[in-house]
Ligand binder design. Structure first.
Ligand code: NDP
Length: 292
């Protein structure tokens, strides 16, 4: 069977087209324009690129978008004050603090300051906690919970390419709060048997080789090689590693693609889906704020 390349970029495009229609309906029928603010502290070049592409994606589908650019020396007090103002601004339905923040700012404290109702990244402890407490994906989707964008996008990709999740062995390499942990919750809610690996995992290849669904969110090029992958696995590469040759993932693509049933490329796989799910969450935030 030929390997299927999971074209996240195309799937993300279709999703955005559907969303465009929803945004237009919200405006014409309810007079609501969803609004997103991205707060960027400092001038990290990669963060600047992400923030600009999020703004562009918002504008393309009719979401109002602002970038709040703050100096690298901004203190916690100033940032908290900005967040407080956006929490109270009715034009803004979603608040995103671009990570990483400069070292002198405590990320957790800033995220906790965002209103959980505007936490479109889904990183606030209240949203994370609610996610953890739900048993099924249907329950999660029925609730007013923001699902973190990257894991949410990965679930959409898996569904889009018809990956059986129920009863599947899913292995996630990486245990961050933004990717690995919330993804484990979502896969569990879809009845996968989930294993999370990390830098201290012994015999990583032995574990990854059992995976029907293998997700790598490590941030190291070629950390996943063909001998670590089961024949016929679905491989999702979250990694974004900027090398001289350009952007590469965690997976040694050419050799792994020969064994996988389906695989995401980098770029053009998970990345565009993450942005699309941010748009989805912003539209949800606007609807929920109006009681819709
Ligand atoms: P973190 O650095 O927070 O987490 C990396 C994880 O990988 C940690 O759990 C770490 O283990 C684990 N790890 C490190 N080295 C190894 C190893 N050799 N073997 C097994 N596990 C290892 O990263 P993020 O989750 O924030 O991001 C991961 C990657 O995904 C990055 O490249 C990032 O740029 C990308 N990313 C892409 C997104 C997209 O939209 N495409 C969105 C978010 C992230 P330990 O916990 O023990 O340190």
């Amino acid at each position: 069977m030929a390997t299927k390349i999971i074209k996240g970029k195309e799937i993300a495009f279709h999703l955005r087209e559907e969303l465009k229609k929803k945004v237009s309906d919200l405006k014409t029928k309810k007079g609501i324009i969803p609004g997103l603010v991205t707060i960027l502290v400092g001038d990290d070049p990669a963060s600047k690129i992400y923030v600009r592409s999020k703004k562009k994606a918002c504008e393309e589908i009719g979401i109002y978008s602002e970038i709040c650019q703050l100096d690298a020396k901004t203190g916690e007090g100033e940032l908290l004050e900005r967040i407080r103002r956006f929490n109270n601004n009715p034009k803004i339905h979603g608040i995103l603090v671009q990570l990483p923040l400069p070292k002198h700012i405590r990320t957790e404290k800033m995220i906790e300051a965002i209103s959980p109702k505007k936490d479109v990244d889904g990183f606030h402890p209240l949203n994370m906690g609610k996610l953890l407490l739900k048993k099924t994906m249907a329950e999660i989707l029925r609730s007013e919970i923001f699902i973190p964008c990257t894991p949410y996008g990965i679930m959409e990709l898996l569904n889009f390419c018809g990956t059986p999740i129920k009863g599947a062995e899913a292995v996630i390499v990486g245990r961050s709060n933004i990717v690995g942990k919330p993804l484990a919750i979502l896969l569990l809610a879809e009845n996968a048997t989930v294993t999370i690996c990390h830098s201290q995992t012994k015999n990583l290849a032995e574990i990854t080789k059992k995976a029907d669904i293998l997700v790598s969110a490590v941030g190291k090029p070629e950390v996943i090689t063909a001998k670590m992958v089961k024949e016929g696995a679905v491989v999702i590469d979250v990694g974004m590693n900027r090398l001289e040759v350009g952007l590469v993932g965690d997976v040694k693509f050419d050799s792994v693609a020969k064994k996988a049933r389906a695989i995401t490329p980098v770029p053009g796989g998970v990345g565009p889906m993450t942005i699309s799910m941010l748009l989805v969450n912003t539209v949800k935030a606007a609807k929920w704020s109006a009681g819709l």
